[in-house]
Design a protein around this ligand. Structure first.
Ligand code: MN
Ligand code: MN
Length: 469
């Protein structure tokens, strides 16, 4: 619009109203090129890591290529040092040591790398009606009806009694077979269709089809199961009891891909929370010697409450931080109380197809940039970390100064539901923590959708946070 056409009202509106812009309207050509390159790399990261273990391995590979070294207790720590420590193969902490001492606090980006999926039970293999199946136990909040009749891959490890482990990844290489869970045909689904969505597919029917060909020249029982176990024995040398000490995860067999005629979005399994994990990681890998030490925490087990030795509540993070602090003779408590953490996790994007569960004025919107959440939680903010006004003001300043597109985000209508993140576990450590992340459509579905602009802006936001003084 021409300047002279603006009325006094227009000018006052511009000056006074909070009117976020669609991020695409403010993107320069250089930024767009960087955005596209960033998103191509992110898609590769998604395809390389379908489980928390695989994400850790890929993260180590990328970090080592940028000069990061494993950090062991007692090592000297100098400004500019790039260090990492893996926690039991399922979580990883990385740091770029800053110019200021650790007693001045650190800037942390914390995300999680576990995603909802179907885990195999300890005794999973069975045969029924001459078909072989695997029993599953779902992990995280899934809508069970979304997991039937899609191609599934099996990833994970089998730990053997002799101390060795076997890596399993079946379905992700070209030519690999995949697996699936069957569902009723509509012709016979009349009664099932009358049930509420949450009850139509009971958890114990999430059984993965793995074979149908009987063992040859045999008249005994369970010939299909026998044939499958025989194949597994030939390929991996395992027997049925070895499933007891395995962690095998059935994950959707989709590759990350562009969505839309305009290719403005990315569809994939596991955006929650690898989209923020990658932003935290990629921004850290870019750093030279920041003013304050930058720490990237990629945690496991967030989807089931951050419990366990590899979750955000584990002391592994404190041990890593205190080992760093010890190297500079800085008290860990002093470091924590001056630190800032961005708890980077996805938020729900406003979906016009389900508008009634969102409160439009406070929902994150696709393409409006990184979503800041002052609080998460459910009902009366139960389970929320609820960042202070001062902390939100600090983040506004840092992000605006760096030219990052961002927006405020609430998960949905009050009392419509809710959710949590690792934020409260960071805050419990006496670390100032704010939630922020990428808005997602179809969160926790086997195939989730995010906007490329929001991915890129979250990476830019993380970089600004790491570089803040
Ligand atoms: Mn999450
Ligand atoms: Mn989640």
């Amino acid at each position: 619009m021409d300047e002279k056409q603006k009325t006094p009202g227009d000018l006052r509106r511009e000056a006074l109203f909070c009117q976020p812009k669609n991020g695409w309207d403010r993107l320069s050509k250089t930024e767009e090129d960087e955005l596209n390159a960033y998103c191509e790399d992110y898609k590769k990261y998604l395809d390389a890591g379908k489980t928390e273990r695989e994400v850790v391995a890929e993260t180590v590979r990328l970090a080592q290529a940028k000069g990061f070294r494993p950090f062991t207790r007692g090592m000297a720590v100098q400004p500019g040092d790039k260090l990492y420590r893996v926690n039991r193969g399922k979580a990883i902490m990385l740091a770029v040591v800053g110019a200021q001492p650790l007693s001045e606090g650190v800037n942390i980006g914390a995300a999680h790398i576990d995603s909802p999926r179907l885990d195999l039970k300890p005794n999973p293999v069975y045969e029924d009606a001459e078909l072989a199946f695997l029993k599953t136990h779902y992990y995280g909040g899934i809508r069970k009806y979304q997991w039937v009749t899609i191609p599934l891959e099996l990833h994970g490890i089998i730990a053997l009694k002799d101390g060795s482990t076997l890596q399993v990844a079946i379905g992700s290489n070209p030519g690999d077979p995949v697996f699936t869970i069957d569902d009723l045909l509509p012709h016979l689904g009349g009664e099932q269709s009358k049930k509420p969505l949450g009850e139509a597919i009971p958890a114990e029917t999430l059984n993965i089809l793995i074979g149908s060909r009987p063992f040859q020249n045999d008249e005994g029982s369970d010939r299909v199961k026998l044939a499958v176990l025989d194949l597994l024995n030939q390929k991996y040398g395992i027997v049925e009891a070895d499933f007891i000490s395995a962690e095998l995860e059935a994950v959707p067999s989709f590759r990350a891909c562009d969505i839309g005629f305009d290719r403005s979005m990315i569809g994939s399994y596991g955006h929650d929370d690898r989209v923020c994990a990658y932003a935290c990681l990629a921004a850290l890998l870019d750093l030279d010697t920041p003013e304050r030490t930058a720490v990237c925490m990629l945690a496991d087990k967030e989807e089931i409450g951050s419990e366990g030795v590899s979750g955000m509540r584990s002391a592994a993070f404190d041990t890593f931080m205190s080992d760093l602090c010890d190297a500079q003779k800085a008290p860990l408590k002093a470091c924590y109380e001056k630190s800032f953490c961005l708890s980077a996790d996805v938020t729900a994007a406003f979906d016009p197809n389900f508008a009634d569960v969102y409160e439009k004025r406070n929902s994150a919107r696709i393409n409006y940039g990184m979503g800041l959440c002052k609080y998460t939680g459910a009902r009366g903010k139960s389970g929320a970390s609820d960042a202070s006004a001062e902390l939100v003001a600090y983040a506004r300043r840092v992000l605006d100064e760096a030219g990052v597109a961002w927006q405020m985000a609430e998960l949905g209508k009050v009392d419509a539901g809710g959710g949590g993140t690792v934020a409260c576990y960071m805050a419990e450590r006496d670390i100032d923590t704010l939630d922020a992340g990428v808005p997602v459509l179809s969160m926790h579905a086997p195939f989730e959708t995010v906007s490329k602009l929001d991915c890129y802006m979250t990476y830019r936001g993380m970089k600004a946070i790491y570089q803040a003084k």
